[in-house]
Structures are given as structure tokens and as C-alpha cells.
Design a protein around this ligand. Structure first.
Ligand SMILES: Cc1cc2nc3c(=O)[nH]c(=O)nc-3n(C[C@H](O)[C@H](O)[C@H](O)COP(=O)(O)O)c2cc1C
Ligand SMILES: Nc1ncnc2c1ncn2[C@@H]1O[C@H](COP(=O)(O)OP(=O)(O)O)[C@@H](O)[C@H]1O
Length: 266
């Protein structure tokens, strides 16, 4: 088992340590920092968040908060703060409304300053409920990736783009949190890719670019209601991802990793 150390590298162009799981904020024009990250071989788990690209998502123009923000000319590394229960508390009844879908909107400081958020890691086993109970498989990231998410990234349901290894980039929805319906005790990050794969891809590298937020996690009074909500999320995500501002992220260099540089331990 690899030993993965947590590290936040903010605005740094220092090549990533291949044995570390990293969160990285990049300035909106920080293509160099991203390139350094994506071109580093053998990287088992990495997360890259944007501190200044919130305008791309079109949801908010909130200024970056105090966490993980640093002038690009002052690169530095420091340990990631631990991800605590409740995330940034977006399930609060005081949350503002997202007028487009009539659902509670995320707190701007808990979501927008981190989007788009790039993340990759090995696909591990979850509880096996996605396919069997829900009919909606969700690929789980390892603990190290989840623990390295920004501490103030709100839990909830997001959408974006995903690829497996160096495969094609597809639309995706991702759930980050504790799955209140199942009362999980460990925070998880589970991605459903809108594509039919020929077979499971446990052990492969999953690359995700989270570009927008849909809603907080909720409890449901029946499995059917949970399934129906997830199907609603999928349809909403498909529509939103067709917006030009989101479509362009599909082509991001994050996904252009040479096949030979992908290592997943097999
Ligand atoms: C788009 C999407 C929305 C979800 N929304 C919720 C939710 O509101 N409440 C909840 O308890 N779980 C939610 N989940 C998580 C599912 O319950 C979870 O994926 C399922 O338990 C499968 O887990 P497993 O992969 O560990 O088997 C959502 C998952 C997805 C992909
Ligand atoms: N479209 C898809 N989206 C996500 N995972 C998929 C998809 N198709 C097949 N899979 C596979 O299904 C697995 C998830 O199934 P699931 O029943 O949720 O099990 P687990 O709880 O182990 O994650 C993924 O790890 C992946 O290998």
C-alpha cells in the first residue's frame, strides 16, 4: 500500500511528488502550474482546485476566502487542513436559493472559489450499493483523495467531466459527503459517469473536473426517492454541461495525459 502524504501546493509550479496526494489551487491563468501537475508521471492521487476561476462556472463571483489562497508569486506548500464533518455546512436552512432549480444554493465561500476543481485517484471499492440497489454505479475515490479535498469545500452533489485512465471524457455527477440516506460514518466522493462501460474499472485512475454544484446531500424516506433524485441530478447535469462555459473544460489539458504516464499499481 502506498503511503500518501497530504500536501497543498498553492500557485506552485514545483513538480508534484509522485507519492503524494495533493490538493492544488491554481490561478485562473495558471496553466503552467496545471501542466506541471498533469505531466508528472505515476501520480496516484491529486486534486487541483481553482482559487480564481469561479467566474467560469457562472454561479457566483464571490471573492476567494482565506483558505488556500496565496499570491501566485509566493508559492508555498503546507499541510492540507483536515476535512471535517459537515463540510462548510451548506445543508443549513439559511442557504440561499438557486433560482434556476429552486434548490438551496451552496454558500459561495464553500464552493465557488474552488471550482473548477480537478481531482484524480485510483478507483476503490465502496459498499457495492450503487449498481445493486440504485442501478447507478458510482466509482469511489480512496480515503486519501477525499481527505485532501479543501476543508471548506461544501459537501453535496456536483457535476462535471470525467475520464478513466486516458479514455474519453464524459459527463459526470459526483456526490461528496456522508450519504445521509445510508448514514455513512466516513466521508466519500463517488462519481457516476454518464457512459456505459463494458466492464468495471476498479484500480484504474479516475480523472474528474468538477465544474458546478447542484444541491446539498439529502436524506430520503425511500430508496425510490433517492434514485429519482439522482436521476434528476443526472438530467440537470447533462443540460448544464452543454453550456459553452462548461463544454470548454472537457478539453482541458488535465485530461490529456499520455497513456504511458498512467500507473495504477497493476
Ligand atoms: C448524483 C448523486 C446524488 C446523490 N445524492 C445523494 C443524496 O442526496 N443522499 C444520499 O444519501 N446519497 C446520495 N448519493 C450517494 C448514493 O447514496 C451513493 O452513491 C450510493 O450509496 C452508492 O454508494 P457505494 O458506491 O458506496 O455503493 C448520491 C449519489 C449520486 C451519484
Ligand atoms: N458509468 C459508470 N460510472 C461509475 N462507475 C461505473 C460505471 N460503469 C461501471 N462502473 C464500475 O462500477 C463501480 C461502482 O459500482 P458500485 O455498485 O457503486 O460499487 P462500489 O460501491 O464498489 O463503488 C465503479 O467502481 C466502476 O468500476
Amino acid at each position: 500500500m502506498r503511503r500518501l502524504a497530504a500536501l497543498c501546493e498553492l500557485g506552485s509550479s514545483r513538480p508534484a511528488d509522485p507519492l503524494r496526494s495533493a490538493c492544488r489551487a491554481r490561478p485562473s491563468a495558471g496553466a503552467a502550474a496545471l501542466r506541471a501537475q498533469t505531466q508528472s508521471p505515476n501520480r496516484p492521487a491529486a486534486c487541483i482546485g481553482s482559487a480564481a476561476a469561479q467566474t467560469r462556472s457562472g454561479l457566483s463571483s464571490a471573492p476567494p476566502g482565506p483558505l488556500c489562497t496565496r499570491p501566485p508569486d509566493r508559492p508555498s506548500s503546507r499541510p492540507c487542513p483536515p476535512a471535517g464533518p459537515g463540510g462548510a455546512g451548506i445543508t443549513s436552512t439559511a442557504a440561499p436559493q438557486d433560482a434556476r432549480i429552486g434548490l438551496p444554493a451552496p454558500r459561495a465561500d464553500g464552493v465557488m472559489r474552488h471550482l473548477p476543481y480537478f481531482c484524480r485517484g485510483e478507483v476503490v471499492r465502496g459498499f457495492g450499493r450503487g449498481s445493486k440497489q440504485l442501478g447507478i454505479p458510482t466509482a469511489n475515490f480512496p480515503e486519501q483523495v477525499v481527505d485532501n479535498l479543501p476543508a471548506d469545500l461544501s459537501t453535496g452533489i456536483y457535476y462535471g467531466w470525467a475520464s478513466v485512465g486516458s479514455g474519453d471524457v464524459h459527463k459526470m455527477v459526483v456526490s461528496i459527503g456522508w450519504n445521509p440516506y445510508y448514514k455513512n460514518t466516513k466521508k466519500s466522493m463517488e462519481t457516476h459517469i454518464m457512459h456505459t462501460f463494458k466492464e468495471d474499472f476498479y484500480g484504474e485512475i479516475l480523472n474528474v473536473a468538477i465544474v458546478g454544484y447542484l444541491r446539498p446531500e439529502r436524506n430520503f424516506d425511500s430508496l425510490e426517492s433517492l434514485i429519482s433524485a439522482i436521476h434528476g441530478d443526472i438530467e440537470e447535469a447533462k443540460k448544464r454541461l452543454d453550456l459553452p462555459e462548461h463544454l470548454k473544460l472537457k478539453e482541458d489539458s488535465f485530461f490529456q495525459v499520455a497513456k504511458s504516464k498512467i500507473m495504477n499499481g497493476h
